[in-house]
Design a binder for this molecule. Structure first.
Ligand SMILES: N[C@@H](CCC[C@H](N)C(=O)O)C(=O)O
Length: 261
């Protein structure tokens, strides 16, 4: 069977997206998802997203990591599916859609996707410069120096697989404030490598940087794949609301996949 697919990228975090409103793709076929995301035997992507019908919402986002497993929220994937929804006429300028972590509001303004992330209940301090929080996906965040030279893959992998975060594991972020930019690098669970950008990761880093007192509640973010912005409101009870991830999301190409269901 031939199925049309779309490839999008959001600051270099890349995704295969399928319009599954007519249920053409069997969402149980994790083996096919992993094969399509493979950079040598497939199209190649950090993640795979189905846009599905959902009563009461504009659409539902179903997210898989490159390893083929359905996972927790993907911020950059969320921005890409919003751009896709506008491109195929599912929404105009604003949307409410459902994802694994709940309802998301988003709007597109001046070619940037503004995605509201879930409220963050709180942030755990693991050490003076190290935090853990959930921004839709679990994130360990550590402040480092000379981030360009930091061994993100080796250190990230050992933390991701450490007993502390077993059995689910965690995504691992390293951050450094450089002038008024927060530079963030992420080892992503389910990709099992450093990606060019991670939306829930930079959101977690922005909140951790504010907690550390090195960044304000509106911060410009630099990643290997480009620039993002994160804004939020910190409440007096230690929780965070009105969290927004803002940045570009672009269609890269379209094509057809051959699948045997
Ligand atoms: N790339 C994502 C995060 C995707 C989920 C993550 N790999 C996990 O399994 O927790 C983002 O942009 O947020």
């Amino acid at each position: 069977m031939k199925i049309p697919f779309y490839k999008y990228q959001g600051t270099g975090n890349d995704f295969i997206i399928i319009d599954n409103r007519s249920n053409i793709f069997d969402r149980e076929r994790r083996d096919i998802v992993a094969q399509l995301c493979d950079r040598r035997f497939g199209i190649g992507a950090d993640g795979f997203i189905l846009l599905q019908n959902k009563e009461g919402y504009d659409f539902e986002m179903v997210y898989y990591n490159a390893d083929g497993n359905e996972s927790t929220m993907c911020g950059n994937g969320g921005r890409c599916i919003v751009q896709f929804a506008q491109d195929i006429g599912v929404m105009n300028l604003t949307t409410h859609f459902l994802a694994v972590d709940g309802v998301h509001y988003a709007f597109i303004k001046e070619k940037l996707v503004n995605l509201q992330m879930m409220n963050v209940a709180g942030i755990d301090t693991l050490a003076d410069d190290t935090f853990f929080l959930n921004t839709g996906s679990p994130h360990y965040v550590k402040k480092v120096e000379k981030i360009e030279q930091f061994p993100v893959f080796e250190t990230g992998k050992s933390i991701r697989y450490s007993d502390t975060f077993a059995p689910g594991g965690t995504n691992v972020n390293f951050m450094e404030m450089q002038d008024n930019w927060l530079f963030v690098r992420t080892y992503e669970r389910g990709v099992e490598n450093e990606t060019y950008s991670c939306g829930t990761g930079v959101t977690a880093a922005a909140i951790a940087a504010e907690k550390l007192g090195i960044a304000p509640q509106y911060v410009l973010i630099k990643t290997l794949g480009g620039e993002l912005e994160v804004t939020f409101i910190k409440k007096s009870d230690g929780s965070y609301k009105d969290v927004f991830l803002i940045g570009p999301a672009k269609r890269v190409f379209t094509g057809e996949i051959e699948v045997d269901f």
